[in-house]
Design a protein around this ligand. Sequence first.
Ligand SMILES: Nc1ncnc2c1ncn2[C@@H]1O[C@H](COP(=O)(O)OP(=O)(O)OP(=O)(O)O)[C@@H](O)[C@H]1O
Ligand SMILES: [Mg+2]
Length: 186
Amino acid sequence: MRRIAFWSPKGGVGKTTLALNFAASAYYAGHKVIVCDLDPQQSAVDIFNENQLPFSVVPNMPQVMPNVDFLICDYAPSMDLLPTEETIILPMRASILDLKSVGRITRLLRNKRIIKCVNGIDTRRQDERMIGMQLYSEGAQLIKDRSIYVSSMGKGQTVFQQKSYGSKDAQGEINRLLHRVLNPKA
Ligand SMILES: Nc1ncnc2c1ncn2[C@@H]1O[C@H](COP(=O)(O)OP(=O)(O)OP(=O)(O)O)[C@@H](O)[C@H]1O
Ligand SMILES: [Mg+2]
């Protein structure tokens, strides 16, 4: 079983959105998945309760480990609870402040595999494109700013359950994140 954390001490960077879409990517690729919502806000559980997701979201870490391929943990935005999972997806924004803080943040997580994920990039903005490209050259994954991420969550679903404009591109970028997790040298 692979244990994946979506963690960042920063709020609103896309932990929950990416955790649920990553889970859907893995599910539709044929893996058994479960999402653990470790955030007291319980946003992922709220989405799950709309009964549109094809996998389960549980409100805590299960006492007995389930028989799944992926245990995906959606963390609260906090420094107090550092992730224990072996792979950490670290969502961040394409901002100069995030760029400055990311080194300090990753030093907290020694001996972990960290995949930086620059999320919500507005490609019309040169500053965001440049920060995105810099981090990409250093091995980060890029996820664009797309309304399909917002509208699908509004329906209690993921981009993998959508057919409207932008859904295929969004699925592609989340699938690339899954590929990266499955292939450490990719
Ligand atoms: N790639 C994206 N494109 C457009 N909107 C996005 C994208 N990723 C996330 N969002 C939006 O950004 C907002 C914050 O996302 P989300 O709740 O997933 O962040 P979070 O890190 O889990 O927040 P918190 O720290 O409060 O738990 C939401 O409104 C979500 O729909
Ligand atoms: Mg969240």
